[in-house]
Design a protein around this ligand. Structure first.
Ligand SMILES: NC(=O)c1ccc[n+]([C@@H]2O[C@H](COP(=O)([O-])OP(=O)(O)OC[C@H]3O[C@@H](n4cnc5c(N)ncnc54)[C@H](O)[C@@H]3O)[C@@H](O)[C@H]2O)c1
Ligand SMILES: O=C(O)C(=O)C[C@@H](O)[C@H](O)[C@H](O)COP(=O)(O)O
Ligand SMILES: [Zn+2]
Length: 369
């Protein structure tokens, strides 16, 4: 599989994609002129599977290692978990030249990156993504952070890794539900950026498990998704413009995640629901054809992802929650809406009335309104 570069004005970095990336991690990090000390941050399950290989690779390359484990789950993505990472960094005398390695999914990656951005005002950071979602999206681009009780990722920093080491063989232990969640972000790239990827996904009979996707399509999924993200981030590192398109499906998706207290849906599932909702809004506004929106929704359904906002969520609660979305500008909520497959527009013209109208015919999200 090819390597990809995230080309930035400062500190460009490599996304290394290979079936032995984990065992080569130490050797790859050796090339980066990093300090001797490394903390590997993970969760107990992932560390149980891959911690030993990771540590062995680092120590063979001459690094001194320690580890820090955070319990699994989005509900631990908060500032108290970061405080405990700082405690480990302090006890182990990590220095400015030291490196924080994220061995995990997007939750571990976002928290490790935020800890690295803030400990000693910034130490080195390396991503070793282990979930499909982290491989194709979260490990690339330097968005790091944690949730606030009032909303998703409200606390954070843009802080780029020195290296992203992707080992697709780690996916063999990922649960099918989590695989499908990653596929939601892959479908996102198809809708916002890569029509050809979208068509390839449409033509594949089953997208619901790693086995059904198969090696050839998996390689395409990983390389095209990472390339799409690298292209967008390379143009707009800190989301002053085009990068906002990577938030397609997230305006309503994040609201659904936080309104269900991160218990009912994992991130990718909420994004799938958010993409279907954004599609309805785009069709209602005359920006997108019903036929293409149906193709998007069919792909999401074929993957086995949810499509509907649960009826227990009142549309008023969604409208209230999206007011604290990070894309709000001059008090206006901005939406990313498709105009044709592979192309989207960023707009602040979506009113609460349009959202209600778009949702109404489908009977969703109107339970308590
Ligand atoms: N920074 C970004 O650009 C970005 C992009 C997308 C999502 N995110 C964030 O990422 C998070 C979602 O990431 P996620 O979907 O990876 O969730 P996650 O990190 O919670 O991982 C999902 C589950 O899979 C398990 N897991 C991961 N890899 C495994 C493996 N190889 N084998 C067995 N189990 C494994 C984890 O322990 C966890 O239980 C959200 O917090 C989201 O906000 C960030
Ligand atoms: O990298 C980006 O930019 C994204 O928006 C990618 C999203 O998939 C990801 O979920 C991100 O964390 C959302 O960012 P946020 O700024 O809306 O919290
Ligand atoms: Zn996302």
């Amino acid at each position: 599989m090819p390597n990809i570069t995230v080309d930035l004005p400062q500190d460009s970095y490599k996304i290394a994609i290979a079936p032995d990336s984990l065992s080569q991690l130490g050797a790859m990090m050796q090339q980066l002129n990093l300090g001797k000390k490394v903390v590997v941050i993970s969760n107990p399950e992932i560390f149980g599977h891959y911690g030993a290989t990771c540590i062995e690779s680092l120590e063979t390359a001459g690094f001194e290692t320690c580890s820090h484990l955070i319990p699994a789950g989005e509900e631990y993505k908060h500032l108290q978990s970061i405080q405990k990472v700082y405690d480990t960094a302090l006890v182990n005398h990590l220095e400015r030249s030291s490196t924080f390695v994220a061995l995990g999914g997007g939750v571990i990656g976002d928290m490790t990156g935020f800890s690295a951005a803030t400990w000693l005002r910034g130490v080195n950071f390396v991503q070793v993504p282990t979930s499909l979602l982290a491989i194709v999206d979260a490990s690339v681009g330097g968005k790091t952070g944690v949730n606030h009780p009032q909303g998703k990722n409200l606390i954070g920093a843009f802080y780029q890794p020195k290296l992203v080491a992707i080992d697709p063989t780690l996916l063999k232990t990922l649960l099918p539900r989590e695989f499908r969640a990653g596929m939601a972000e892959v479908i996102k790239y198809g809708v916002i950026w890569d029509k050809d990827l979208f068509t390839k996904l449409e033509h594949h009979p089953h997208l619901d498990t790693l086995e059904n996707v198969g090696d050839e399509l998996l390689e395409t999924i990983i390389t095209r998704s990472c390339q799409a993200k690298a292209d967008v981030v390379g143009q707009d590192e800190k989301e002053s413009g085009i990068r906002a398109i990577l938030n397609y499906g997230h305006t309503i998706g994040h609201a659904v995640e936080s309104l269900t207290n991160y218990k009912q849906f994992v991130h990718g599932e909420a994004v799938a629901i958010g993409m279907v909702a954004a599609g309805k809004i785009a069709v209602t506004m005359g920006l997108w054809t019903q036929e293409e929106a149906d193709r998007q929704d069919a792909l999401i359904a074929k993957t086995g992802l949810p499509t509907d906002i649960p009826s227990e969520i009142a549309i008023e609660d969604i409208l209230e929650t999206i007011k604290s979305d990070k894309k709000v500008k001059a008090g206006k909520v901005r939406f990313i809406l498709p105009t044709s497959i592979g192309k989207v527009t960023i707009t602040d013209t979506v009113t609460p009335e349009i959202i209600k109208q778009a949702m109404k015919p489908y009977g969703r999200g109107l339970g308590k309104s």
